[in-house]
Design a protein. Structure first.
Length: 138
């Protein structure tokens, strides 16, 4: 089982340092996973129906998919949520309530860190709204 402190360190490790940058996020997450990571959007996903997915290709690349019809802040949240499933080694689509709660807490923490690391710290209300107020406390 992963401790809150380890989850917080992982959130800090994958969160871009100067505002949100998808290439930086993919690179940082790839370092933690030991593989290439790609974040993509899909017109086939509708927010609320299938909010996101994480999978690995036969070649080992990790792919995070989010709906194309969501805000940037929501897409970041979805990517961080799915990143947690990859980091924790979750497989399949079991919708386990505990795993989902952990993924949500992790995503909230990444969002909070991203908001604080931006060029204008704590001013991005869209991120705050997407991530909520509860995250992981180290």
């Amino acid at each position: 089982m992963m401790t809150r402190q380890k989850m917080f360190r992982l959130a800090a490790a994958i969160t871009p340092m100067s505002g949100w940058d998808w290439d930086d996020f993919e690179s940082r997450l790839g370092e933690q996973l030991g593989c290439e990571v790609r974040c993509i959007t899909s017109e086939s996903f509708d927010s609320g129906e299938i909010t996101g997915a994480a999978l690995r290709t036969g070649g080992g690349t990790a792919i995070i998919v989010s709906p194309a019809n969501v805000s940037d802040a929501h897409r970041i949240h979805i990517a961080a949520h799915e990143a947690w499933h990859l980091l924790a080694g979750h497989e399949g689509c079991d919708q386990n309530p505990r795993r989902e709660a952990q993924a949500e807490a992790f995503a909230t923490t990444v969002g909070t860190l991203a908001e604080g690391r931006g060029n204008e710290p704590r001013n991005n209300r869209a991120l705050t709204a997407a991530f909520g107020a509860v995250g992981i406390v180290a």
